[in-house]
Write a protein that binds this ligand. Structure first.
Ligand code: NAD
Length: 324
């Protein structure tokens, strides 16, 4: 079995690898060629966090595995990431574990890749201005992903902690040429072509009235029951595309508006895989408001993890461990 550390995964996985892997995984999902029971959650309210288990099998590519991941929004205050993960890849033929790898970086990269793939199909092609609400780990890879498809000229970032937004602005100048401004309120970040929300909020941070026709929103932060970043009425006037219906209904951006009765399941337009396979169309006019509701899928992890595993074998990176 191959053991790969976080640093090794980081040295192997590029955003382009992640985008290619996630795109194939969404296509497989759209073609009904995946097995992926919805994430199972252990809620840890005493510790303001949760632990999740995410098994997945991509039948066409014959790739299987399971990720264990947490979300503890208070972790940065004690020097740990909010989200940390471990991925196990198994041989579908025998079930034996092939690899165990740190998957914290991989999680952020496959999430950034999902945002990029979705925006490519849902955002206006002439999008140049990106608004970011939340300036943590996922925000960075969202922007990295978007920069692969859009010639971004301006980024406006808001975080409830100003130092986070300023640190984000500094980081962006390391990998992008465009201008980045830390803005003083979420409303200013909404004056954009593509809005990305990556907060762990349980109350809407984006008001319906702030969003102009034609905007695309990557709603990334809501990935557990009760989480919500967008005002519910905004979803009523948007084309809603989810990554997986079962997960989204339970824990995505749609979960609260559905439970309030403001939208119904039939208001969800498509899964992203249906758009990639051409079963449904993406954006159809410059005036549509589109929302990609990302909950994060086990198939994204297994697909990206396999890309890392194959590269590691080719480059002779990692340690071989014996279980027996
Ligand atoms: P993080 O702690 O690194 O960053 C979150 C940032 O949001 C912090 O800088 C924090 O100050 C800021 N913030 C919190 N509340 C805010 C508010 N109301 N307004 C503005 N800023 C606010 O966390 P992360 O790893 O970036 O994860 C962010 C969210 O994304 C979490 O909810 C996590 O569960 C979710 N997530 C989703 C996926 C997916 O696939 N959809 C994957 C990973 C993480």
């Amino acid at each position: 079995m191959l053991w790969l550390t976080e640093e090794e995964v980081r040295s192997l996985l590029t955003i382009d690898d992640a985008i290619a892997a996630v795109q194939r995984a969404f296509l497989d999902h759209g073609n009904g060629r995946t097995q992926m029971p919805p994430k199972s959650y252990l809620y840890l309210p005493k510790h303001n966090g949760d632990l999740r288990c995410m098994p997945a099998y991509l039948e066409g590519q014959d790739l299987a595995g399971v990720k264990i991941v947490n979300v503890h929004p208070g972790n940065p205050q004690i020097g740990l990431p909010s989200v940390m993960a471990l991925l196990i890849l198994n041989s579908p033929q025998t079930g034996e574990p092939l690899a165990v790898m740190g998957a914290t970086y991989l999680t952020s990269m496959r999430t950034g890749a999902a945002g990029a793939v979705a925006a490519r199909h849902l955002a206006r092609q002439d999008s140049r201005v990106v608004g970011m609400i939340g300036a943590g780990t996922q925000a960075r890879t969202q922007l990295q992903g978007l920069s692969r498809y859009f010639p971004i000229e301006q980024v406006m970032v808001f975080d409830s902690f100003e130092d986070q937004a300023l640190a984000f602005k500094d980081d962006v100048s390391g990998f992008m040429k465009c201008s980045c401004i830390a803005v003083s309120g979420p409303e200013e970040a909404c004056e954009c072509d593509i809005l990305v929300t990556t907060t762990p909020s349980r109350r809407p941070v984006v008001r319906d009235e702030w969003i102009q026709p034609g905007t695309h929103i990557n709603a990334i932060g809501a990935d557990a029951a009760g989480k919500q970043e967008l005002e519910s009425t905004l979803l009523k006037r948007a084309k809603i595309v989810v990554d997986d219906i079962a997960q989204a209904v339970h824990s995505g951006e749609v979960n609260v508006p559905l439970s309030e009765g403001i939208i119904r399941e039939k208001d969800i337009y498509a899964e992203i895989g249906e758009i990639l396979t051409g079963k449904k169309t993406g954006r159809t006019s410059n005036d549509e408001i589109t929302i990609f509701d990302s909950t994060g899928l086990g198939i994204q992890d297994v697909a990206a993890g396999h890309a890392v595993y194959e590269k590691a074998l080719r480059s002779n990176i990692g340690r071989r461990m014996r279980l027996a």
